[in-house]
Each structure stands twice: as structure tokens, then as C-alpha cells.
Design a protein around this ligand. Structure first.
Ligand code: PLP
Length: 395
């Protein structure tokens, strides 16, 4: 059975070009970039090339790029490193819809003496900027707001946010893990101080990340030890993965608009068809202020996990907006923050596409999903009779 992979916000496949670029660094090119000899020096030069490739994608200077082990490490370094470098300020502003890599850390900091303000979002997942304006004070050390939401794809207005945060004198971090490679990001125009990237969301391997640190930003390193990454992140560099991430960034920058258009067209085709063919369905998140690859749809009176299991049997990979907490399924904190009604939030499915998604993939899902939803409704005590019957297809 063919796999239709529509879960690219969870992780992406490594691009063949990325794999090829990495290969020599698992084999003959195994030198340590910190070594004095030529064998190591060659590797150091290759790392710098990768740094330039990453910097070029977000219009940064290569010296502003720090390689880390993942998006989570980048988030932690940005947040903890900023707080440690300005100990007199103990207020953090973030949002209710951040990824656990930011939200979990901020909650931990709140339990340890920091004051944390979580900004709310409206029914479409859009941030309330008046709340941000009210929350910013002289005590605010850091504002951490994601560029794009991983569940709904909703984009936050980072240029406006940066203007507000900078005029209040605070440091701005953005978790751009879901945005880099999908949205045109330009740190020369949007004055964020710190920005997190994760390789496995843009066709590089899992276990490699980047923290962009604007020149002049004060930051205490999370890992202290050797002098790698100019003393900003100790530990021998993961050379093959760094090379892979550089290549992935180069690829993401090529045919950027063309690729986005391809992905957007397929996403819209899927979304329009599902919303029209499945009664009792609804889009989660703003219709247009959204990543081109993401679509989160709620199907009333069905369990997201049940939909996923049936889709899995058809070879379709997606994810749900529920998380298993203490043995019971709870709608995600993102959908709860948006005020999505319980009966809807439980049946939410996220589809996330990539450059490798095809028309055939989308047509297959459009063919299979409406019948699957209706079959689940027919066996649900709440769903029966709520919506029209879609006859099961004979196969
Ligand atoms: N931030 C966001 C928005 C994410 O979607 C993810 C991963 O899903 C992360 C951070 C964590 O990245 P990593 O898996 O590289 O630690």
C-alpha cells in the first residue's frame, strides 16, 4: 500500500539532495572542525559554507547563526540565555498557543519566580495585539512569540510585534520552526533578536537546529565548555547534519514561490473538497493568514483519533488536534485557546503538505475521507442522524 504522507508539520522526509550532501561526512570526511590540521580545516570550511546557506535563507549574516541540536534547544537557549543575561528583569510575555518547547519552559519559569503573561488568540487563532501593548512594561525581559502555529498554520504579524517589542526595550524571540522554508523570512527587515529553526521541518534530518542571534544581542550560552560556535554553544559540531541543513536551506530558497504555489494549490484543493463534501466540518484557523501547507479541519461528533486510525489503514498519515493526557483524550491547548467547541475540537485533523505532495495524493484523500467520517458518525451515539448519509463505497 502506498503511503500518503500529509504530516509534514510533524516531520519531513530528508530530501535526496540533502542525503547526498551529507554522505561524505559519515565516511571519508570525518575530521573535527576544531583541529589544526588540514584534514579538520577542510571540515571547518564546509561548516562555514553551511552557515552561509542557512543565513542566506533568512537574510542574516553568517556570524549570527548558531548550530544547535534541535528546535527545542534553540528555544531553550534563546529564553534561558536571555533571562540569565539580564537578571534584573523577571517578566516574560508569550502566547497561549506556543509549542510545548516554549510554553512548557515558560510554565516552568513561572513556577520558579518569573512572571509570565500568556497572550490570548481569537476564534481564528489571531493574536490580540492590544493585549501585547498592555502587557509590555519596563520589567519585561523577553517576548517569545511563534512565527507560525504548528497546528493551525496561523501566522502572527511579526513585523508589527517586533516594532512594539523593540520600542518597549525588550528582547524578541520567535520560534520560527514551522515558518522557515515555508514563508519568506527576512531578519534584515523584521527586527527579531532571536529566531529558532529546526532541520527536520524542512527536509533536513531530525536532531539539528539553528538559533539566529542578532549581532549585539546578549545571550548566556546554555551549553558551556569548548569554544565551538564562537563560545555560544559548546560541543563538537554535528558535521553531517549541519551540512545537510545547509543544503536543505539552499533547496528551500530555490524555486521558493513556485513551490509555495504548488503546495498552496494542493492544500486549497484538499480543504475546499473536504469542507464541501463533509457536512459538519469547519476550518480551524484564519483562512488567509496561514502557512500555505497547513490545514486543520474539525469534523463534528467524531473522534480525531478514530479518524486517524481509519486513515492509517488507508495508508494516509495525518495528525489530530488531541493529546493523550492522563489516559483521556484532551483537545489540544491551541484549539482550546481558540475557543473551538468541544464537539468540534475532539474531531480535528491536521493535514500538512510538502513539496513532494502530489495531485494523486490529494485526490485519494478526497475520495476516501468523506465516507470514513460518515461511517464513524453512523456508529457514534452523538453523530447518528446529525448529518447526511454518505454511502460507503464498494471496493
Ligand atoms: N517549535 C515548533 C513550532 C514545533 O512545531 C516544533 C516541533 O514540532 C518544535 C518547536 C520543536 O522542534 P524539535 O523537534 O526540533 O525540537
Amino acid at each position: 500500500m502506498k503511503t500518503i504522507y500529509l504530516d509534514n508539520n510533524a516531520t519531513t522526509g530528508v530530501a535526496p539532495e540533502v542525503f547526498e550532501a551529507m554522505r561524505p561526512y559519515f565516511g571519508p570526511e570525518y575530521g573535527n572542525p576544531s583541529s589544526i590540521h588540514t584534514f579538520g580545516g577542510k571540515i571547518a570550511a564546509r561548516l562555514e559554507e553551511a552557515r552561509e546557506q542557512v543565513a542566506s535563507l533568512i537574510k542574516a549574516d553568517p556570524s549570527e547563526i548558531i548550530f544547535t541540536s534541535c528546535g527545542t534547544e534553540s528555544d531553550s537557549t534563546a529564553i534561558r540565555g536571555t533571562l540569565e543575561s539580564c537578571p534584573s528583569k523577571r517578566h516574560i510575555i508569550t502566547t497561549r498557543v506556543e509549542h510545548p518547547a516554549v510554553r512548557g519552559l515558560c510554565q516552568h519559569l513561572a513556577e520558579n519566580g518569573y512572571r509570565v503573561t500568556e497572550l490570548s488568540v481569537d476564534r481564528q487563532g489571531v493574536l490580540d495585539l492590544d493585549e501585547l501593548a498592555e502587557a509590555l512594561t519596563e520589567e519585561t525581559a523577553l517576548v517569545s512569540i511563534m512565527w507560525a502555529n504548528n497546528e493551525t498554520g496561523v501566522l502572527f504579524p511579526m513585523a508589527k510585534i517586533a516594532e512594539m517589542v523593540k520600542s518597549a526595550g525588550a528582547i524578541l524571540h520567535s520560534d520560527a520552526v514551522q515558518a522557515v522554508g515555508k514563508e519568506p523570512l527576512d531578519v534584515s527587515k523584521v527586527p527579531v533578536d532571536l529566531l529558532s529553526i529546526s532541520g527536520h521541518k524542512l527536509h533536513a534530518p531530525k536532531g539539528i537546529g539553528v538559533l539566529y542571534v542578532r549581532r549585539g544581542t546578549r545571550l548566556t550560552p546554555l551549553l558551556i565548555g569548548g569554544h565551538q560556535e564562537r563560545g555560544r554553544r559548546a560541543g563538537t559540531e554535528n558535521v553531517p547534519y549541519i551540512v545537510g541543513l545547509g543544503k536543505a536551506c539552499e533547496l528551500a530558497g530555490q524555486d521558493f514561490e513556485c513551490e509555495r504555489e504548488h503546495i498552496r494549490r494542493l492544500r486549497d484543493k484538499l480543504e475546499d473538497a473536504l469542507l464541501s463534501k463533509c457536512p459538519g466540518s469547519m476550518l480551524n484557523g484564519h483562512k488567509t493568514q496561514r502557512l500555505v501547507n497547513t490545514c486543520s479541519i474539525s469534523f463534528e461528533y467524531v473522534e480525531g483519533e478514530a479518524i486517524l486510525l481509519l486513515l492509517d489503514r488507508l495508508g494516509i498519515c495525518a495528525s489530530s488536534g488531541s493529546a493523550c493526557t492522563s489516559g483521556s483524550l484532551e483537545p489540544s491547548h491551541v484549539l482550546r485557546a481558540m475557543g473551538v467547541p468541544f464537539t468540534m475540537a475532539h474531531g480535528s485533523i491536521r493535514f500538512s503538505l510538502s513539496r513532494y505532495t502530489t495531485d494523486d495524493d490529494i485526490e485519494y484523500v478526497i475520495e476516501k475521507l468523506p465516507g470514513t467520517i460518515q461511517r464513524l458518525r453512523n456508529i457514534s451515539p452523538f453523530g447518528r442522524g446529525k448529518t447526511e448519509e454518505v454511502p460507503a463505497k464498494k471496493s
